[in-house]
Design a protein around this ligand. Sequence first.
Ligand SMILES: [Zn+2]
Length: 584
Amino acid sequence: MKLDRHATFRTLWRKLHAGSNPALGTNTMKKQELKIIPLGGCEEVGRNMTVFEYGNDIVILDMGIQFPEEDMLGINYVIPNTKYLRGKEKNIRGVIFSHGHLDHIGAAPILLEKLNNPTIIARPFTIQMIKHRQEDYSAGSSQKLKIIFIKKLEDKIKLGVFEISFFQVDHSVMDAVGIILKTPVATIIHPGDWMMEHGPINKQKIRYNHLSELKKPTILMLESIGSINTKKPVTEKEMIDNLKRVIDKAPGRTIIATFSSQVQRIKQIMEHASKKNKKVALDGFSMKMNIEIAKKLGYIKVRKDILIPINKISNYPDQKVIIMVTGAQGEEKAVLPRIVADNHRFIKIKKTDTIIFSSSVIPGHERTIQRLKDNLYRLSDNIIHSDIMDVHSSGHSNIEDIKNIIRQIRPTYFIPVYANHFLLKEAAKIAYQLGYKKDKVIVPDNGSVIKVDKEVKVLKDKVPTNYIFVDGSGVGDVGEIVLKDRQKLAEDGMFVIVAVVDRKTGQVRGSPDIISRGFIYLRESKELLGQTRRKTISIINNATGNGGGVNWTNVKEEVKSKIGQFLFSKTERRPIILPVIIEV
Ligand SMILES: [Zn+2]
């Protein structure tokens, strides 16, 4: 059933009700409690996913990924653990997505399928990004999506007992939306990711005062990444004005590296280019895709001749050319690092090029970006980044604006979410400063069960939230033990000893083979290898006695431990040792 095209909003509503649990009527009669359970996003930035459960009705907000930390070797990303929802799939009335960043939609292809494809609810740009994510993961899978579009902010959706409505928020991606969940016991207000735009372009400054009039008690769940940020925010207008000034003064081409989801910024640059009679070329798969989506949705209208293909840039005078690319975080396969490594088919940096980093540094990328900048400074004399000029405005708030939003919404309860634990604690402190009592502020962990009836409290037991790693096409098959092995291999390498043993006599035949990776370079370690071979032979020969009834597992263990000690005494390294014994 293709819900997105053919069904109107009203029929969808009816279908949803028809599909909901028949036990619902009796359940709503009974006195129920609301459970709010963050499955991720309360101890890190990313892996955002929250479960709201009332009786037999479950509504989920966001299904994000977390990018791997340094010690998660070979892991592509981490997804939320949905063990708590096992057996409750039929109760899921819908999954709402606040916006299209990967830490909010990235796990959708895996988790939606796992949860029997529940209905998803989001604004059009977010839906398109989810569809692309689905298709990337498995071709054709976006056809299976059951979709309710949030067409207008005034839309109201009933999901079981939950009444869902929406409000406008500012964030660094198009179509971000705040969510209101009305339940019989409380009203939850969740802005998703947010910032306060103090100098908006072509729109009104957003106020949140109307949310203070919602039915009490209200619970504000607030993304709190900005809780230690004391910097005055750069307004959109200041930032765009700075970018325009740099573009106008550029002696040659302008190359702007930014996040691919910054469609609004790319749009403004294109509009400026149109005024100044310049051309814009985009490069980077995700950036081109996002602009295509925005064009299709009618969010971007540009004169046809403004956008030029990247392979045509040399047809125009340098001063006429603006190139917008991905890779401001130094991501190896993205465009800017490829240009800098002289690995791009159409762009070679010239001394007269102006290169702008219109982006912030994602934590963990500091060293890569530093190296990228160093290399760029060798190639061009005009590099501009946020430390020099305000050419980027962040998608997140600061301390002042957290105060502002709490003062405007005046919630009964305050729950900081969507950031590391220390940031949540700092956000709680901000609420205390505003006069909130301790029992009105809750700092949850991943898996905390926040029970809401007459009062709000955290239950003692948590639901499982341990990491689910995604590596290649494997979901959850790589666990802590595999990761530990990878760390050990990365630190000291591995050492394989293959010995052929005569079953009858128990004696080693010939000389054992040795394979080493990441431990020592075999060709330069002949002496050590000779000693290791001799030692292996004597260990095995002693352990097997005269053959017959030999416990080969024990023999292997002995080779492993004794050769391990021997190699450590010679090298002070502890490679993983893998003895292989072949009986003949
Ligand atoms: Zn975001």
